[in-house]
Design a protein around this ligand. Structure first.
Ligand SMILES: Nc1ncnc2c1ncn2[C@@H]1O[C@H](COP(=O)(O)OP(=O)(O)OP(=O)(O)O)[C@@H](O)[C@H]1O
Length: 260
């Protein structure tokens, strides 16, 4: 996938300013950057949810699926229907779509008895599995993850990261994985793209040693420690001040505060 010089404004404010990013076929790229820098907006552009004001999106794959922050399941549909939803919307007969949903659920190790449960009857981890199964149901060869495990505890996160790694290995999909967590990025991705503050572009890429899915905890820990202390690409990420984020439009009215 190639995102070429993407610019986009939301509510009259430019949140992406000529951002370019390439994900090679089969590659998993993690995208990190300070809060509010435009990662989710870029993911929405990559997924075709937002049409950018300027720039081009080139997709060198057949189909993509997306896994959102906090799962975004339909609250009025059970797990099976949630997984089948993109297929039904795409015109598949309901019976076939539900059968395909069950196969996708099996791939993410959801139990058959959970498929009749409504989202509010599922744990956070199960909801994340349903969201992954929903993305898999269309048999994508590219997946876009927007902080899918941010709300989960570390042990569960790890299990779901393993699931994504296993599925990637078996199905060979590439993708874009947005996260705030450098360890997660180093665990899940071939390369880590670092986004600049205020959507001004990709500062550069970091490549953890070894192969995705094969890196030991020691390797990941050492890589993250070195990167956090020595890597100038991560300066904004490390020194983030969340109070500065919403102030960037209000500097003039608030006087000379350190906000940009
Ligand atoms: N629907 C919207 N309308 C107006 N502004 C928006 C909208 N969605 C996001 N923004 C603004 O666009 C900027 C980029 O938001 P975005 O969610 O893409 O950043 P992000 O890097 O994903 O943030 P985070 O890491 O905190 O999730 C932010 O300043 C945000 O406040």
């Amino acid at each position: 996938m190639t995102l070429a010089t993407i610019s986009h404004a939301l509510a009259g404010r430019k949140v992406l300013d000529t951002v370019s990013l390439v994900v090679r076929p089969g590659e998993m790229v993690a995208l990190v950057g300070p809060s509010g820098c435009g990662k989710s907006t870029l993911a929405s552009v990559a997924a075709g949810i937002l049409r950018p004001d300027k720039g081009r999106v080139l997709r060198q794959y057949k189909r993509h699926g997306m896994v959102f922050q906090q799962s975004r399941l339909l609250p009025w549909a059970d797990a099976r229907e949630n997984i089948a939803f993109p297929l039904i919307v795409g015109g598949m007969a309901k019976r076939e779509a539900l059968a395909r949903a069950e196969a996708a659920a099996e791939a993410v190790a959801l139990l058959p008895e959970d498929l009749g449960k409504m989202p509010d009857q599922l744990s956070g981890g199960m909801r994340a599995r349903v969201a992954i199964a929903r993305a898999l149901s269309i048999e994508p060869d590219f997946l876009i993850f927007d902080e899918p495990f941010a709300a989960l505890d570390p042990a569960l996160r790890r299990r779901l990261q393993d699931l994504v790694l296993e599925l990637g290995e078996v199905r060979g999909f590439g993708g874009l994985f947005i996260t705030h967590d450098l360890s997660e990025a180093a665990r899940i991705a071939d390369a880590i793209a670092v986004m600049e503050r205020k959507g001004k572009g990709i500062l550069g890429r970091l490549t953890p040693p070894g192969t995705r899915g094969m890196r030991s905890d020691d390797t990941i820990f050492a890589f993250v420690q070195d990167a956090l202390y020595a890597e100038t690409l991560l300066t904004d990420l490390v020194n983030v001040d969340e109070r500065a984020v919403p102030l960037d439009c209000a500097c003039d009215s608030l006087g000379p505060r350190r906000c940009c």
